[in-house]
Design a protein around this ligand. Structure first.
Ligand code: SF4
Length: 481
């Protein structure tokens, strides 16, 4: 190992003299490889820019073109119809695996591939460079934007129809460009404060096994470099201790001999977190957004409860000779409206979807929050407020979004007559991994908070109810409904 690499990477373990040789070298090789990769990203910024612009062209080509084509005729396939191909690529592959990438490599997607990030940063170099107003910095935007996008996407059937996809994805891109045009210079104000996905990405990247690690002491003692780093998502690099805001773009790798792409334990960041580092908005995004509203949005289409709700509401209206809400004259940009393929939502459909997703999602979230808040109270430590204990559910949130999004992948494959017999086993494995990891984090957080077992055991027992609830919901969705 070259001397400079050792000084750059504080994660490199010292040379043990007693451990078996294979166990000594493997972590060192991984750490050195990551360090080299981070430095390569820093050196090859032009190549990364080329990748970003290629993604922009590819992305907008596949979002815009299908919206101007006729809907796929009966019997079309992913392999012979551009619209179906684009749908499969976006919703079947891209979106679930962007979530997986957050769990594996942090927000690398944001820093290297995301077309909206590329556009908003590029335009902000040429924009008005206005100071960022206070309302944009409100911490609740990622939650609000996530919920609005999730619910609206279900109302217009964003996964099925290209015009709806253009409206939702294109609308988000236009907003990203507008924000870039107005605020910041070479910055990603949109990504940092407003992007609907940033709240989820921030949460999932907290358990990524790689991150850009900052050695604060090395930073402070290094001579001031000639060129400052332009961190587009506005991270205070010197004080960075979390992967949640870092887009893993690599620009700061090696800066002041203090920033290194490094491996870490997936539980390290959450266990080392301090209460003041976790905003209430982040915990609400986790409980109400990702585990509440998103879970309800994933399963309303297969829910017999939804059918019962809609039937009861329709009968109630018919009994009163009230047919206004049973009309299907809403425009496609408000509610699904494609009479040419027999897919039309009535106003009542829209209201029932809203009621089911918002009501059901809120009920799930309140149950989770109740269990987490009670568990934190039973632990009885100011070091473990409910919002910190809630972070124990991040692995389950990762499993949750992947299981939900992959339902669409599987239904698309089913339409192509591709049946994967191993799916039930894979679902059990993913759910078990999410529940198991969340239980582990809960146990460690509670044990950190109090040494008293009379407190630990009841706190852990109550905390367990939260992963158990999500596990139960998916059991019912996959194996009962
Ligand atoms: S801290 Fe900023 S510059 Fe450094 S890798 Fe993360 S996003 Fe890039």
């Amino acid at each position: 190992m070259p001397a400079q690499s050792r000084s750059l990477n504080p994660d490199l373990p010292p040379s043990p003299t007693t451990a078996p040789r294979g166990r000594q070298t493997r972590p060192r090789v991984i750490a050195a490889g990551l360090q080299a990769l981070g430095l390569a990203m820093q050196r090859h910024a032009r190549a990364i820019r080329a990748i970003q612009w290629a993604v922009v062209v590819f992305y907008f080509g596949l979002v815009i073109t299908p919206a101007f084509l006729p809907l796929p005729p009966e019997g079309s396939s992913i392999l012979d119809n551009l619209t179906l191909f684009a749908q499969f690529l976006f919703w079947g592959i891209w979106w679930p695996f962007v979530m997986v990438s957050m769990l594996l490599v942090g927000r690398l997607w944001c820093g290297v591939f995301c077309p909206e990030g590329t556009l908003t940063e590029w335009i902000s170099w040429r924009g008005l460079n206005l100071p960022i107003p206070r309302w944009i910095k409100w911490g609740g935007w990622p939650f609000v934007a996530f919920v609005c996008t999730t619910v609206f996407g279900q109302l217009v059937s964003v996964y099925e129809y290209p015009k709806a996809a253009l409206l939702v994805l294109g609308g988000s891109s236009v907003a990203a460009v507008a924000v870039g045009l107005l605020y910041g210079k070479g910055k990603r104000v949109w990504c940092r404060h407003l992007c609907p996905a940033s709240g989820v990405f921030s949460l999932l990247s907290r358990i990524a096994p790689v991150h850009f690690r900052v050695d604060r002491a090395a930073w402070d003692t290094a001579p001031a470099p000639g060129t400052p780093v332009n961190c587009a998502p506005l991270v205070d690099i010197r004080r960075m201790t979390s992967a949640s805001d870092c887009h893993a773009c690599g620009r700061c790798a090696g800066h002041r001999d203090a920033v290194v792409l490094s491996p870490r334990r997936p539980d390290a960041e959450i266990l080392a977190s301090k209460p003041e580092q976790i905003a209430t908005g982040e915990a609400l995004t986790l409980l109400f957004g990702v585990l509440g509203i998103a879970t309800a949005a994933f399963h309303w289409t297969v829910s017999p409860l939804f059918v019962q709700l809609k039937t009861a509401a329709a009968n109630w209206l018919i009994d009163r000779d009230s047919f206004l809400l049973l009309q299907d004259n809403a425009p496609w940009w408000l509610l699904t409206h494609y009479p040419e393929v027999g897919d039309v939502f009535t106003w009542l459909d829209g209201l029932c979807i809203l009621a089911y997703i918002l009501g059901g999602g809120t009920a799930i979230a309140l149950s989770l929050q109740g269990a987490i808040a009670l568990a934190a109270r039973l632990a009885g430590s100011p070091r473990l407020p409910w919002r910190r204990l809630a972070l124990g559910l991040v692995p389950l949130a990762g499993a949750n979004v992947f299981l939900g999004l992959s339902m669409l992948t599987l239904s698309q494959l089913k339409g192509e007559r591709v049946i994967l017999p191993w799916v039930p086993d894979a679902r059990i494995a993913i759910l078990s991994a999410g529940v198991g990891f969340s239980l582990w984090l809960g146990l460690r957080l509670i044990c950190q908070a109090t040494p008293v077992w009379q407190r630990r055991l009841p706190a852990l027992a109550v905390y367990t109810l939260a992963p158990a609830l999500i596990g139960l919901i998916w059991y019912v969705v996959f194996w009962v409904w």
